[in-house]
Write a protein that binds this ligand. Structure first.
Ligand code: ADP
Length: 505
């Protein structure tokens, strides 16, 4: 049996390996989740909503243990672990349990009794079945829970494959889910790409994936081959536009948080700032100062993986070699583990990786631009488009500029904090993918509509065989009646219809 090895991001210490799920076992786990899902879907919606509240309570009650595992596996500061991973669970539980049921309710549809005599119709919202949930290491608790809550409310079974970099905290959360929902409804697959790929191909009914663009393409292709609906939420290269009337102190602090939270390992991490010439100088200076005051370990955690650290280092080195200004940081920190200094670069060569590829580290680039239009154009010049922000004292101007930004979430005078708000959709454009989490829009990946029609008409339908000339005239009459002719045309159409009807019966 293969094992998942790894070292701690904070100090590089080796950890006890975690057992990986054998690939051959995955089909059986999907089948168990499917069986358990049938029983779960049969529970009244109100009961499922109650279970969500119980799940949220249980996770909040286990916060200390979850935070300890997050520190062990990701190194993120405890404040971040509490605020970004544990606390949002409360809102997920209360929002989905109170607001979710309305979006899953059956809707009666009125059918025209003349055209469709004796018929009753409704639209039911049914679970897709088994959802394959594949998640990354940057928010190993918050990201899976964002999908688990609505997926379970909707009545699905779930097979969850967490990242191979965070198996322990995943196992802890999974244990809590089992206690609340019973043993088989949510199954856990531990492992890496092989297990993830096998899961996507294991007869699942939907795939919800959050991760890199490269892996997202593979998952999307595999799901496409199997004709399995897939929600893909991939990378980002978030931009902020700073206008001439921005409150520079608040802006600098907000931009810094958006760039450095989770050590920048956030698909909505702020990586590019376009500041108009009037304010660029003081903004750069203040950002550099504030970044220099951040304390690694307390304010900013390490990079979770060696590969990520190497990417960050490469982007910064290339930018600096290309002539960028270094306003803070710029290099690895030698303190054991995988640390990179909080870094602010400026005036980076536009084709450089630090402006074009996802850096996913504690690095932000500030570029001076001539004016608002240039800032918007530069912000939109990206393959990604998750979130974007505008900073200005003029709210109306901010909104107008925000609407011109190509992103799934736009904020004025703040950045990226809305991921924790279940009522607001979270998704993007371009290579960020088309997956949406949070809000009723997230349900699209997790449910399908089922039209149910019951026909109480005792007579054969008018339009059934055999076809004859009267039916043809009927068709012409109906088209004329529904078309945009004047009153005379309509009266003629009715007469023709009645005649045809008489002959038809
Ligand atoms: P990241 O390093 O950003 O987490 P990945 O996109 O590689 O990037 O990982 C996201 C998730 O996808 C992880 O759980 C990972 O194990 C899983 N994964 C990796 N390769 C595949 C694949 N080919 N098919 C399905 N899942 C995969």
């Amino acid at each position: 049996m293969s094992a998942i090895e790894g070292t701690r991001p904070r100090d590089g210490e080796a950890r006890m390996p975690v057992e990986a799920t054998p690939v051959e076992a995955i089909g059986g786990l999907v089948a168990r989740a499917r069986d358990a899902g049938f029983d779960h879907a049969a529970r009244p919606l109100a009961e499922r909503a109650g279970l969500l509240r119980a799940l949220a309570d249980a996770i909040l009650a286990d916060g200390e243990a979850i935070v300890a595992l997050l520190e062990e596996e990701t190194g993120k500061p405890a404040a971040e672990a509490w605020l970004h991973e544990v606390v949002p669970t409360a809102d997920l539980g209360s929002w989905w349990s109170s607001q979710g049921p309305a979006h899953l309710a059956t809707e009666a549809v009125r059918l025209d009794p003349l055209a469709y005599p004796g018929k009753r119709a409704r639209v039911e919202v049914v679970p897709r079945g088994v959802v394959a949930l594949i998640t990354p290491w940057n928010f190993p608790v918050a990201i899976p829970l964002r999908t688990l809550f609505p997926a379970l409310l909707a009545g699905n079974g779930v097979v969850w494959k967490p990242s191979e970099h965070t198996p322990r905290v995943a196992a802890r959360v999974h244990g809590i889910v089992r206690e609340v929902f019973g043993p088989d409804l949510v199954e856990l697959v531990q492992g890496a790409g092989a297990q993830g790929a096998a899961l996507v191909e294991a007869d699942v009914d939907a795939v919800v994936f959050t991760g890199s663009v490269a892996t997202g393409r593979k998952v999307g292709a595999a799901a496409g081959r199997a004709l399995t609906p897939a929600s893909l939420e991939l990378g980002g290269k978030d931009a902020a536009v700073v206008l001439d009337d921005a409150d520079l102190e608040r802006t600098a602090r907000g931009l810094l948080w958006a760039a450095m939270a989770n050590a920048g390992q956030n698909c909505a991490g702020l990586e590019r700032v376009y500041a108009v010439a009037e304010v660029a100088g003081p903004l750069k200076a203040r950002l550099g100062e504030l970044a220099g005051e951040l304390v690694p370990g307390r304010d900013v955690g390490p990079l979770v993986t060696e590969a990520q650290l190497a990417t960050v280092e490469r982007h910064v080195r290339e930018a600096v070699d290309g002539g960028a200004e270094v306003l803070a940081g710029g290099e690895r920190l030698e303190r054991g583990g995988r640390w990179f200094a909080p870094t602010v670069l400026a005036e980076v060569e536009p084709s450089s990786a630090a402006l074009r590829e996802e850096t996913f580290g504690p690095v932000v680039v500030v570029q001076t631009v001539a004016d608002e239009a240039a800032a918007v154009a530069a912000a939109n010049d990206s393959r990604f488009g998750l979130t974007a922000s505008v900073w200005t004292r003029d709210a109306a101007r901010g909104e107008a500029v925000a609407r011109r930004l190509r992103a799934g979430v736009v904020t004025v005078n703040n950045h990226a904090f809305t991921g924790a708000i279940p009522a607001l959709p979270w998704g993007g454009v371009g290579e960020t993918g088309f997956g949406v989490t949070n809000s009723p829009h997230a349900l699209h990946a997790l449910v399908r509509p089922r039209a149910v029609v019951v026909d109480g008409n005792a007579r054969p339908e008018l339009y059934w065989h055999p076809y004859d000339e009267a039916l043809e005239r009927l068709g012409k009459g109906m088209a004329a009646l529904r078309g945009k002719g004047g009153p005379i045309t309509k009266v003629r159409a009715v007469a023709r219809l009645l005649g045809a009807l008489r002959r038809r019966f």
